[in-house]
Design a protein around this ligand. Structure first.
Ligand code: HEC
Length: 101
């Protein structure tokens, strides 16, 4: 009996029919505007979405600086030190946990 139910459950999606229009929900990322956002836009969003950044949650300043350095060293993000500092400050201000380390 169990096997039949499991088989029926597994097969069910194969026969599912949808007649209504499907609307994909719009999920806005809470991008916070502020000083340094232009640096993030110019230096980070060229390669990937903001999701990569906010998925990290609130983090320390050292964490954000390490991420910025990782992007520069490993992925060749074309940024100078001033841009790296501006980006780190922005990230720590809006997505920081108040800890420097
Ligand atoms: C040259 C392309 C490039 C640029 C510019 C870039 N990134 Fe990335 N970033 C990547 C790639 C590729 C990954 C995916 C790495 C992986 O899947 O392991 C990534 C992943 C990430 C992640 C996910 C966590 C991790 O450690 O992989 C974060 C956070 C991140 N980037 C932040 C930034 C920030 C902040 C900037 C701007 C300073 C930036 N990125 C600029 C290429 C880039």
């Amino acid at each position: 009996m169990k096997k039949i139910i499991i088989a029926a459950l597994l097969a069910a999606p194969l026969f599912a029919q949808v007649n209504e229009k499907i609307e994909v929900p719009y999920v806005p990322f809470p991008i916070k505007m502020g000083t340094g956002f232009d640096a993030v836009q110019a230096n980070c969003l060229t390669c990937h979405s903001f999701g990569y950044i906010i998925n990290q949650g609130r983090q320390s300043k050292a964490f954000w600086r390490e991420k910025v350095d990782k992007m520069i060293i490993h992925f060749k993000a074309p940024m100078d030190e001033a841009a790296a500092v501006a980006t780190t400050d922005y990230l720590f201000e809006h997505y920081g946990n108040d800890k420097l380390k």
